[in-house]
Design a protein around this ligand. Sequence first.
Ligand code: AMO
Length: 438
Amino acid sequence: MRVLAKDIAQACRDRPGETLEVYGWVHRIRELGGVTFIILRDRSGMLQLLLSEAEKVDISGLTLESVIQVRGVPTLNEKAPGGVELRVHTLEYSARSAPDLPYQVNADIGKIGLEAVLDHRALSLRNPKIRAIFKVQSTIIEAFSRYLRGQDFTEIKTSKLVGGGTEGGAELFEVAYFDKKMYLAQSPQIYKQIMVASGLERVFEVAPAYRAEKHDTPRHLNEYVSLDVEMAFIASEKDLIALEKGLLSHIFSEVARKNAEELALWKAQVPDAQAVERAPIIPYEEALSIANGVSASGKKPGPRIFDINPEAERLLCEWALQEKGTDLVFVNEFPRRYRPFYTYPLDATRTMSFDALFRGLEITTGGRRQHDYKALLEVLPKFGLKEETIAGYRAFQYGCPPHGGFAVGCERLTQKILGLSNIKEASLFPRDRKRIAP
Ligand code: AMO
């Protein structure tokens, strides 16, 4: 029966002398005076295999990354990785790898280069440090869902083919849909709001979102995974910030609990619950003054900042770390002109909306929504929109509670937890202007 690499040492202690079966990829081969050492890699980790000439195991033509199945007896050996090695009696090839690998999986990933990593995902993901990114991402998604289910949220899946945009701007991918034109959804905005009105009250969705943004930056993807939340009966964005604090705290503590090895590979740490709780909530205008204050006090004062742009996000997080000892900042009360039509007003110029900034990057946008259909129609002209474009909101005519929500960019959160320099590293098959395969 197959035993995973990580369980071999225990199996050796529990059942010394027993023959075990191990399957995996050839990570490294080393020959040393008549003995061949192979490091075998499976999904759980690495195991040293020892092949001595006496055993007469044929390893002619053995190539790195071939898939093998071996049988042998483990012995504890302090010098071997994980403190155990397997003396091989038989070796079978499940698949031989071509000898001309585009790069060696066991190389330092810094030397592989982002384009090569993305071009050969099946290969690059075999590198433990690269795979660690997606182990962490898997925990983020699981913790996100689990926390919300625990708060009585229902998971929904909504169509990614929509009749128009909801987020403003012309950043839509057009799709030929029979004899009609449709678009890939920029976000599940309308649908998650309709689901609140449907009586579900509390919903969440994990799904791709599409943005036809032409720029190529380390923080933008043309397709990303949006972690969306929407809930009824809130008074203001502050209720949502409270929910997001609890949610992020849970995600961080789950990542710390389940992904200690992965965090160590990236020399990364997650904030603890107190640090998340300490995150300040700063009204937009005040946030601008803080960012400008930090900028002016720097060794090389930067130009004046007029909106919460990437530089302001970086400066605000620098300030929060210094002054409040936290990596997280919430900015609320965004001016009307920066927020989509569906945002609820605080007064004539400000809205009940917010962004969450984490380690220098916006990871969330959210806010209370306009739930009164007539009031929603009144603002449409200011946004150059027509009633037909937002036809889905007609559902609000039949009784929609006050509500609001937010969306966390899954890849951005992964990026910032691990300190990745480019968001594309946090997407399995990123789409950008040039990259359409694999
Ligand atoms: P927004 O457009 O700010 O808001 O997006 C919400 C969050 O999604 C992530 N994000 C992106 N990640 C990678 N590449 C992109 N091109 C990209 N665009 C956005 C960010 C961002 O904070 N409907 C609203 C949310 C709401 O109010 O519920 C919305 O989509 O982390």
